[in-house]
Design a protein around this ligand. Structure first.
Ligand SMILES: [Cu+2]
Length: 239
């Protein structure tokens, strides 16, 4: 009992010491701006298997036209649709979000971009650039909406107040779909076409790095950024 207590005291003293040490290191490495030293994690995402998309249409009209399910092949830039983030609740202090206005256009019977990551509180405009009517909607619990039918040159907008994934469809064209990831942390990024990613401005500490893809699911890896940056990580994703 006494021994356990002693161990715990030792442990807490140790963590205090390492905290003070990291504080000293932080101060030591502070930039000219006086900002505390911030960390970076970077690396490469590898897509090990092709991604097969099964498109389940929710529209009765589209179902009669295209059948219940259509398959689409892996897209050339599939890797750029991965989202990497550190959850807000893990950060030592709450970092503020910067909500903004974004756009998903309807063009050539597609929703562009196919994936959009937005901070909570952001607005998305849905302009129609086709010479046909579209009817954009979502049944996702994070944000249900139905913009109704509107022609070329018109737009509607939606505000996203809750974090989560929002799947967007067109009630008229089954091939049209997009995905909005409404995120509550400012610490997120997406890889480039080579799969390379970099996430910076992270307070020193140990975190779960989430790696999310709408078909491949979510992976979580622990990253230790207490002592310094973490570079050249390789993360493999497969079905
Ligand atoms: Cu449409």
């Amino acid at each position: 009992m006494v021994y356990n207590c002693f161990l715990q005291m030792e442990k807490s003293m140790f963590s205090k010491t390492s905290y003070i040490m990291s504080l000293i290191l932080s101060i030591g490495f502070s930039g000219a701006s006086g900002q505390p030293d911030l960390r970076e994690v970077s690396g490469t995402i590898l897509l090990e298997t092709p991604v097969e998309r099964k498109l389940h249409s929710l529209s009765p009209y589209a179902r009669t036209r295209y059948g219940k399910t259509t398959h689409t092949k892996s897209k050339p830039n599939e890797i750029t649709e991965v989202v990497l983030f550190i959850p807000q609740e893990q950060l030592p202090t709450t970092l503020s979000l910067k909500p903004d206005t974004f756009s998903i256009k309807q063009h050539n019977l597609q929703l562009i971009p196919h994936i959009l990551v937005i901070p909570v509180g952001s607005v998305v405009n849905f302009p129609n650039h086709d010479n046909v009517f579209h009817n954009i909607f979502s049944l996702s619990p994070t944000k249900r909406f139905d913009l109704g039918r509107y022609p070329e040159g018109e737009s509607r907008s939606v505000t996203f107040d809750e974090p989560g994934v929002v799947k967007v469809f067109c009630d008229i064209h089954a091939e049209m779909n997009a995905l909005i990831y409404v995120i509550d942390t400012p610490l997120y990024t997406r890889p480039n076409q080579a799969g390379e990613f970099s996430l910076s401005s992270i307070p020193p500490g140990k975190y779960d790095l989430h790696i999310w893809h709408d078909i491949l699911g979510e992976q979580v890896i622990t990253i230790d950024l207490a002592a310094g940056d973490l570079n050249d990580l390789t993360i493999k994703l497969s079905n």
